[in-house]
Design a binder for this molecule. Structure first.
Ligand SMILES: Cc1cc2nc3c(=O)[nH]c(=O)nc-3n(C[C@H](O)[C@H](O)[C@H](O)COP(=O)(O)OP(=O)(O)OC[C@H]3O[C@@H](n4cnc5c(N)ncnc54)[C@H](O)[C@@H]3O)c2cc1C
Length: 295
């Protein structure tokens, strides 16, 4: 079902190695995207973030250079203090520093939860590996999750909001260990970074520093409708659903049969039905968290 494209084909759009490209990206980002960054950074259907993560990871640009350039720009243009977008962007750079701080002080966290209690978390059994494979290949039946996983496969990058959604889906809806997700990201992300990847996964699983509270279970349909309101992101990465209207593109199983037929969608044949029921999975995840007594 998933076209057998070469993973490396889409790399070039994500990252061309080199310091010159990194500086160019930073300049363009500061000049054109900071005004809206604060709100648009959560929209995977827009090209609203800096795309600097791989350059940062490979040391082609440093956080101090970014910090200095952002402040210089603000003073040049007389916008002082920094506008919200620049401030927010520098906060994200700060999260990266925090990730490194944690990895330095807790070097076992790529494999072990920072909160030890989570060693006892009742992960679900997936003996055949079927659920993990469906997640990896973007065949879960939840369009926003599938779009993210396919973007990752085809380009080596995934939007941050969608990283949070797919991570929450793996650990809370499928109740598979965050270490499986971290390992897949490690193998497939162009910006794979031990510190940031560990922080992101432990945050999503609720077992890290400043982690997402256990009851925060991203509802994939709501996330899709909120952050990809017209369904453009899903249309780009899940072409099977491209002809569905915005109202149903994040929940094709609710579309009337005639509409599905008109859009060329046959659930269970050319696009999967949801592999888990959201309400049931949510209730089971909450019960699992309660059993840990970490509340
Ligand atoms: C489960 C999960 C796994 C992740 N794995 C990685 C990873 O392996 N490598 C990686 O670089 N980022 C990772 N992130 C963080 C974030 O998704 C990416 O840094 C961001 O999407 C990169 O796109 P950008 O450069 O356009 O970001 P921008 O929004 O332009 O942010 C600027 C820079 O700030 C840093 N940054 C932004 N958000 C975060 C964050 N939440 N944590 C740490 N640093 C951040 C990055 O260096 C980024 O390049 C992960 C997030 C999650 C939820």
């Amino acid at each position: 079902m998933l076209p057998n494209l070469n993973w490396a084909n889409g790399f070039a759009k994500t990252w061309s190695p080199g310091e010159e490209g990194a500086q160019k990206r930073l300049k363009e980002f500061l000049a054109k995207k900071t005004a809206d960054y604060d709100s648009a950074r959560d929209r995977p259907d827009e090209d609203a973030t800096s795309g600097l993560s791989a350059h940062l990871h490979f040391g082609e640009i440093g956080p101090r250079q970014i910090w200095a350039a952002a402040h210089a720009l603000s003073q040049d243009s007389g916008v002082f203090p920094l506008n919200n977008g620049v401030q927010r962007f520098l906060t994200e750079i700060g999260w990266r520093e925090f990730a490194y701080h944690l990895l330095y002080h807790f070097p076992n966290t790529p494999n072990q939860p920072l909160r030890e209690k989570f060693n006892e978390f009742p992960w679900a059994a997936d003996r055949t590996g079927e659920k993990l494979r469906a997640w990896q290949r973007g065949l879960t039946g939840y369009p926003i999750v599938d779009a993210g996983m396919r973007q990752l496969w085809h380009t080596g990058w995934m939007h941050n909001r969608v990283r949070m959604v797919v991570a929450s889906f793996l650990v809370k809806h499928l109740r598979l260990s965050w270490t499986h997700g971290a390992a897949w990201f490690w193998d497939t992300l162009v910006d794979a970074d031990l510190a940031s990847n560990t922080l992101g996964w432990q945050w999503s699983a609720g077992c890290g520093a400043d982690a997402a509270p256990y009851f925060r279970i991203f509802a994939p349909v709501t996330q899709g409708e909120k952050f990809d309101p017209k369904g453009e992101y899903v249309r780009r990465w899940v072409p099977e659903l491209a002809k569905l209207p915005p109202k149903f593109i994040h929940k094709p199983w609710e579309a009337p049969i005639e509409m599905l037929a008109q859009a060329g969608v046959t659930l269970g044949e050319n696009y999967p039905r949801p592999i888990v029921d959201h309400a049931k999975a949510r209730a089971e995840a909450l019960a699992a968290f309660k059993s840990l007594r970490v509340l």
